[in-house]
Design a protein around this ligand. Structure first.
Ligand code: COI
Length: 421
């Protein structure tokens, strides 16, 4: 019998011959086969431990590939117990892909909603050469993180914001999107299935990467007839190789990331392909990344390739306003609130290159980068440096406040944390 048969409480899928298992709307623990362990034990996810879950939707679970796998037992009721961790070097995590155990997949055709999401073993996916995403760039992604606390609990930071942003982006890209509830449930299931990849407290986080793509085949330019929502995860440490040390940016004066009326304000995949050329050139010259200017006046700051930018002058913290060409970062929005709560004056406005060059401090924010201090900006032939001894006071203060919240070390007065277990 296939190993799937050892799942207590699971119902075989209705598809003959498949290894698909339906996790019913069970009130008990959902038991998953865990591929990485050599003893036959059970790994369980208990829906009672979930904060955001109102309903436990049916999720099917597919176990691909080598089914000669075994399981680990984690008593979900003892949710303070830390499950066994993957055997990797947790002290040297960077921001690179590590293959984890499971990914989540949910599909829908153009005029129907998403349904029947399932966990599958992490691996390659099949796409038509004519799929909308490959031919016409009909794709969006998201990024969020799960943190493990010392007491074993698992936290997410504002996941509903990612769900909403994905839906807004999907509207712009002519795609259907999962509901907020479907998104949250898919994140929950995926994170818990990959629990052993969540770094120990203080060593990093589990980066969660939801994708939404036109997976159906098209030839003439049109929205794809089928869509796939997928989530994979990877443990990560710092995004920039500099770690928390200040990064060095160069302002790009010829190429632009976005134009008014375009798609710069949504997290579509093409926005990221569009910055690779300037980013590669900058890196070849020793810079950490590129800062973009607006394409009309070439004078106002937009964002860095993968993060938003903030300028500090005295007690005033300014960042470019969201006007369709800048990604509405969830970290950006959170930092604005944290800064306000700490007594800073906060402004979303046009920020000029001159203001940037005269700033006391500059920092970037993003899910991947969190808060990254900027040590220097190079604009044409001019190089301006900020601070003399590492991380600026304001950047450090906001970084500490935000990361303490995300890691569950300070009281969540904003109601931003979702406890998975
Ligand atoms: C994130 O911060 O999550 C992003 O989407 C940036 C990505 C290019 C790593």
């Amino acid at each position: 019998m296939e190993s799937g048969a050892v799942f207590a409480g699971l119902h075989p899928s209705t598809t003959p011959g498949s290894h698909n298992l339906l996790l019913g709307p069970s009130r008990g623990a959902v038991k998953l086969l865990h591929p990485a362990f050599t003893e036959k034990r059970l790994f369980s996810i208990h829906p009672h431990n979930l904060q955001f879950q109102k309903q436990f939707h049916p999720v099917s679970f597919r176990n691909y590939g080598n089914n000669n796998v075994n399981c680990v037992k984690v008593d979900s009721r003892a949710s303070n117990a830390v499950s066994e961790l993957a055997d990797i070097d947790w002290d040297n995590l960077g921001f690179g892909l590590m293959h984890t155990d499971y990914m989540y997949i949910m599909k829908c055709s153009k005029d129907e909603g998403f349904s029947k999401g399932e966990l599958q073993r992490f691996g390659n996916i099949e796409l038509s050469p004519s799929s909308g995403v490959l031919n016409y760039g009909q794709g969006l992604f998201e990024g969020l993180k799960a943190y493990r606390k010392h007491d074993g609990s698992i936290l997410l930071f504002r996941p509903e914001e990612n769900a909403t942003r994905l839906r807004e982006g999907a509207e712009r890209m002519c795609m259907p999107a999962p509901t907020v509830e479907q998104f949250l449930e898919a994140v929950r299931v995926t994170v818990l299935a990959n629990e052993r990849w969540i770094p120990p407290a203080g060593k990093g986080s589990l980066y969660i990467r939801p994708l939404l793509m036109g997976s159906g085949a098209v030839l003439g330019l049109a929205p794809a007839p089928e869509y796939t929502f997928l989530i994979y995860v990877s443990p990560v440490g710092n995004y920039f190789k500099e770690g928390l040390a200040p990064i060095n940016l160069i302002i790009e004066t010829e190429m632009h990331r976005a134009t008014p009326g375009g798609t710069g304000g949504v997290k579509t995949i093409g926005n990221y392909a569009a910055v690779l050329k300037a980013q590669s050139a900058a890196k070849a010259k020793g810079f950490s990344d590129v800062l973009y200017l607006d394409s009309v006046h070439k004078r106002y700051l937009e964002e860095v390739s993968s993060c938003n930018v903030f300028v500090v002058k005295g007690n005033l913290i300014s960042t470019p306003a969201i006007k369709g060409t800048i990604l509405p970062g969830i970290t950006r929005k959170s930092i604005l609130d944290v800064a306000r709560s700490q007594g800073f004056q906060v402004e979303e406005s046009h920020v000029t290159v001159d203001e940037l060059l005269e700033a006391d401090e500059v920092f970037c924010t993003g899910t991947a980068v969190v808060v990254s201090p900027v040590g220097s900006i190079t604009y044409r032939d001019k190089r301006v440096t900020y601070g003399s001894d590492g991380v600026g006071r304001v950047s450090q203060q906001l970084y500490s406040a935000l990361t303490s919240l995300q890691m569950g070390l300070t009281e969540d007065k904003m109601g931003w944390i979702v406890k998975l277990k």
